[in-house]
Design a protein around this ligand. Structure first.
Ligand code: G6P
Length: 465
C-alpha cells in the first residue's frame, strides 16, 4: 500500500504544545490523516550528544518518527542558516540577514543526518513529501543513498526574486538541490516566476541546463503552484462550539459592546506587528470617533527565541503597547490587549467569530492561513471584515478582503476604519465571494493536487529514462 512520508523540520506531535506551530503543521497533519504514513522530523528538543534513532509513536494511521537535534545543530542549522539566512532572504527582509559558512555547513550536515535516519523507515512504494526551507538538500541526500521513490518539495515561504536571492553566497547550490526533486511546489504564481527566473539566469549564477535536469533523466524539474488552504467545515464547527465557551464569553463580556479588531500571529518580524500597532494608534488619532468604541486584541506567542531579531520585536511591541495605552486608555477601556501566549485553535476560531475586523498585515508571507481561518470562522449572516496585507500570498486569492499595504500606516488605519463602517450588504458580498474561493482551494485540493502531480511527474521520469 502506498504511504505518504512527510518530512519537515518540526513535527507537531499529538499531546505536545504545538499551538504556535504555524500553517505547515495543520496542512501536513491533514494530508497524513488522509493517506496514512510517517511524519518524520525534529521533536523540538536538543541533546548534547549525537541524536539517536528516531522515536516512533503510532497514532491512528500516522507514525510520528522524531529525532532530537544536537545543541550545536540547533544553534547553527536552525537558529543560524535556516532562520537567520534563509528566512530573512525569503521574506525580503535583508536587515535581519546574516551569513556564516559554518552555519551553512551544519545545515548540509543536518540534512544528511535527516536522510540517514529516515532511510531505514522507507519502503519502495512510499511517496516522500519534503516541506520547507530547512530541508532543501534532503532529496539530493536521499538520491545519493539510492532512494528511487517519488520525492516532492513544497516551499511554505515566499521564493524571493533573484536580485534578493543573490545575497546568499550559496544560492546556486540550493537551486541545484531543488532540481533534484521530482516536483517543486509553491504557494503563488509570483513565487514560481521568481524560481524560474533564478533558474534561467546563467550569466551570474552559472545554473546550467544540466543542473536543471533531474539525476539520471533528461527531464527538467517539474514545478507547480499549489496554494495551501484550510478545512472550511472544521473551522466553522470549531467557531460554532468555541463561541459559546467560557473563554470566548469572558472575552466578549470584557468588550462591553465595543467592536473587536483581532490579530493572531507567531511573534515574528515578518508579521509586521509593530507597524500594525502604530496603525491602530493612527486609527484613534485620525478617526477619534473610534476611541472607547473599539478594542484591539493581538495574540502573539513567542517563537525562535534564540534568534536576535525575535527578541527585539518582543521589546518593541511591549513598548508600543505601553505608549498607545497610556495615550488613549480611559478608566474603563484599554485600546490594545497584547497577549504574548498561545491559545488552542478552537478558542482562536471562537474569538474570530466575535470579531468585527480580522487584521492580518504581514510585511511578507508565503500564504498566511490565519487570514483564511478568520474568514471561515465568520457568521455568514453577519460576517466580520478581513483587512489583509497585499504582501501576503493569501491576497492573491482573497481579493475581496480590504487590501492594504502594511508599510503604509495611514493606509492601514483607513482600511480598518472602512472595515468597521462597512454596511452589512457589502460585508456579506465579500464574505460569500471569499468563502467560495476557500472552498475551491481547500486543504484537500492542496494535498490531492500536489500528490497527484508528484506521482505523475515521477512516472514521467521513469518512463523516459
Ligand atoms: C512557518 C514555517 C514553518 C515553521 C513554522 C513555525 O510557518 O514556514 O516551517 O514550522 O513557521 O516555526 P518554527 O521555527 O517554530 O518551526
Amino acid at each position: 500500500m502506498t504511504r505518504l512520508v512527510a518530512v519537515s523540520n518540526r513535527v507537531a506531535q499529538p499531546n505536545t504544545d504545538s499551538k504556535s506551530a504555524g500553517g505547515l503543521a495543520v496542512g501536513v497533519l491533514a494530508a497524513l490523516e488522509e493517506y496514512g504514513g510517517i511524519w518524520f522530523g525534529w521533536n523540538g528538543k536538543t541533546t548534547q550528544g549525537e541524536p539517536g534513532d528516531p522515536k516512533l509513536d503510532q497514532v491512528g494511521n500516522i507514525t510520528y518518527a522524531t529525532i532530537e537535534l544536537n545543541e550545536r545543530s540547533f544553534e547553527l542549522y536552525y537558529n543560524g542558516f535556516s532562520n537567520t539566512s534563509l528566512w530573512p532572504v525569503c521574506h525580503y527582509l535583508l536587515g535581519y540577514f546574516r551569513y556564516d559558512h559554518r552555519e551553512y555547513d551544519e545545515y548540509r550536515r543536518v540534512n544528511a543526518l535527516f536522510a540517514r535516519k529516515l532511510l531505514p523507515l522507507l519502503r519502495p512504494s512510499d511517496i516522500i513529501w519534503v516541506h520547507d526551507y530547512h530541508l532543501i538538500p534532503l532529496a539530493s541526500e536521499l538520491r545519493r543513498a539510492g532512494i528511487k521513490n517519488p520525492i516532492g518539495f513544497f516551499l511554505h515561504v515566499p521564493f524571493p526574486d533573484i536580485e534578493v536571492l543573490r545575497v546568499l553566497p550559496v544560492y546556486t547550490q540550493l537551486l541545484r538541490c531543488l532540481c533534484t526533486y521530482d516536483l517543486v511546489g509553491f504557494h503563488t504564481q509570483s513565487d514560481l516566476r521568481s524560481f524560474n527566473e533564478a533558474l534561467s539566469q546563467d550569466e551570474f549564477g552559472g545554473i546550467t541546463l544540466a543542473d536543471r535536469r533531474r539525476p539520471s533523466s533528461d527531464q527538467l524539474v517539474h514545478t507547480g503552484v499549489f496554494p495551501i488552504g484550510i478545512d472550511v467545515d472544521d473551522c466553522q464547527q470549531l467557531a460554532q462550539v468555541a463561541h459559546l465557551e467560557d473563554k470566548t464569553r469572558r472575552m466578549v463580556r470584557n468588550l462591553r459592546d465595543r467592536d473587536l479588531i483581532i490579530s493572531v500571529d507567531r511573534l515574528d518580524y515578518s508579521k509586521g506587528l509593530e507597524a500594525r500597532f502604530r496603525a491602530v494608534e493612527r486609527l484613534f488619532e485620525n478617526y477619534p470617533a473610534n476611541r472607547n468604541q473599539v478594542s484591539f486584541i493581538q495574540i502573539a506567542p513567542t517563537t525562535r527565541a534564540g534568534v536576535r531579531g525575535y527578541t527585539d520585536i518582543r521589546h518593541a511591541l511591549e513598548q508600543a503597547t505601553g505608549e498607545i495605552n497610556a495615550e488613549f486608555a480611559d478608566i474603563d477601556w484599554a485600546p490594545i490587549r497584547y497577549l504574548n501566549r498561545a491559545f488552542d485553535r478552537g478558542t482562536i476560531m471562537g474569538f474570530f467569530h466575535e470579531a468585527a475586523v480580522g487584521l492580518v498585515t504581514p510585511v511578507r508571507d508565503g500564504m498566511n492561513l490565519v487570514a483564511k481561518e478568520f474568514v471561515a470562522s465568520q457568521d455568514p449572516k453577519d460576517p466580520g471584515v478581513l483587512v489583509l496585507s497585499n504582501l501576503a500570498g493569501a491576497a492573491q486569492e482573497l481579493t475581496d478582503a480590504v487590501l492594504v499595504n502594511p508599510y503604509d500606516i495611514d493606509g492601514v488605519a483607513d482600511g480598518i476604519h472602512r472595515a468597521l463602517r462597512m454596511p452589512l450588504g457589502e460585508r456579506k458580498e465579500r464574505y460569500d465571494s471569499m468563502i467560495a474561493v476557500l472552498r475551491k482551494n481547500d486543504i484537500t485540493a492542496w494535498r490531492t493536487r500536489f500528490v497527484d502531480t508528484l506521482i505523475a511527474a515521477h512516472e514521467h521520469v521513469r518512463l523516459v529514462s
